[in-house]
Design a protein around this ligand. Structure first.
Ligand code: ADP
Ligand code: MG
Length: 227
């Protein structure tokens, strides 16, 4: 089943005098359960594409359909709710809330979803166990390594039971060992929990672990291959 479908997706930025064509007609279908890498050199449009798929920004032209909803038709208010219940995010810079513990960071998203306290606690501990950090439940982000923080971020992305997880260069700030561990974890969660995961990277070692690789160049899909 299709989780995400884009049709002739285009994005131009008009922040300088010369407009930048960041995406130039991307047609992409992501199926339920995929573990897919979006790859390409810096400036090829990876972040722009993930932002549009996640409803964090709107296209100049074209559509993004997520599980039958054309997100371009949602109001700004509706899109916030849609994101909360359908999409998990992992960012390059982890973006954990510094004053909250690992457990609280994971619970926070469920609080927004109005999940009751008991369920929140159980699910956050379950997820911390799944990412191998149960013992770090009460640590704040500064007390965790980069690799550990990103594992908490992955647990947080899964907390809302999203239809899919978007991870924009999740390993960019990690040393190569932590990067490989994180990818192994994401691959394991993908096969165990059947969560669809889409991540961007330009790291060869990370690319190797993807099942499908979509290559972008100058805002266009140049290659799309399964392995
Ligand atoms: P990647 O993530 O692959 O490095 P991006 O999607 O960030 O690529 O960028 C694609 C192109 O769009 C680049 O030329 C970049 O400079 C440009 N770009 C990205 N964001 C903006 C923005 N907010 N304003 C203007 N240009 C942007
Ligand atoms: Mg980027």
């Amino acid at each position: 089943m299709e989780v995400i479908t884009t049709n002739n997706l285009k994005k131009e930025y008009h922040e300088s005098e010369v407009p930048v064509k960041a995406l130039n007609g991307v047609n992409l279908t992501i199926l339920d359960g995929e573990f897919t890498a979006i790859v390409g050199p810096s400036g090829s449009g990876k972040s722009t594409l993930l932002h549009l798929l996640g409803g964090l920004d709107r296209p100049t032209q074209g559509t993004v359909v997520i599980d039958k909803t054309d997100i371009g038709k949602l109001s700004s208010g509706e899109i916030i709710d849609f994101r909360l219940f359908n999409i998990g995010f992992v960012f390059q810079a982890y973006n954990l809330i510094p004053v909250l513990t690992a457990k609280e960071n994971i619970e926070f998203i469920m609080m927004l979803q109005k999940v009751d306290k008991h369920q929140r606690r159980n699910r956050s501990l379950e997820l911390l166990e799944a990412v191998g950090l149960k013992k770090r439940a009460d640590h704040r982000p500064v007390q965790l390594s980069g690799g550990e923080q990103q594992r908490v971020a992955v647990a947080r992305a899964l907390a809302s039971k999203p239809k899919f997880v978007l991870a924009d260069e999740p390993t960019a700030n990690l040393d190569s060992r932590s990067a490989e561990n994180l990818l192994d974890l994401m691959a394991e969660l993908n096969s165990k929990l059947k969560t669809t995961i889409l991540f961007s990277t330009h790291d060869e070692r990370v690319i190797k672990r993807a099942r499908r690789v979509v290559s972008l160049l100058d805002g266009e899909v140049r290659d799309d291959s399964e392995r």
